[in-house]
Design a protein. Structure first.
Length: 122
């Protein structure tokens, strides 16, 4: 029988099937690329928080992990929002106001600390 007219995609007599081998390697490669892309996507909030030295870095990490394991997009969106915005520090101005008011009042000595000795010139 002449094999010159058989297409190249037909399995040869020795059992080697290059299309099956190619598709197996291609499928494994696509699965690995999808996995890498999935993990890269879920690490974006942590990278944003780490680069900006965000004070809520641990919260962003926990939200990103919850989104990763539960496949719940709301956790990922919350992680992006927390990482992207710095919440204003409301306590610092209030502490400054309290310190200023405290400095206007009489200075009371702490009973545990002894009075300072004044420097006398000689």
């Amino acid at each position: 029988m002449a094999t010159g007219h058989i297409p190249s995609y037909v399995t040869q007599a020795d059992g080697s099937d290059f299309l099956l081998t190619f598709m197996f390697i291609f499928t494994v490669g696509v699965i690995i690329l999808i996995g890498v892309g999935y993990f890269t996507l879920h690490s974006i909030p942590e990278k944003i928080a780490h680069e900006s030295n965000h004070p809520q870095f641990q919260l962003v990490g926990i939200l990103a992990l919850l989104a990763l394991f539960t496949h719940n997009g709301l956790f990922w969106i919350a992680a992006i929002l927390v990482a992207g915005f710095q919440f204003p520090d409301i306590g610092a101005p209030l502490r400054a106001i309290a310190d200023a008011i405290r400095s206007l009042g009489p200075q009371a000595q702490d009973p545990a600390t002894p009075p300072r000795a004044e420097h006398q010139e000689q």
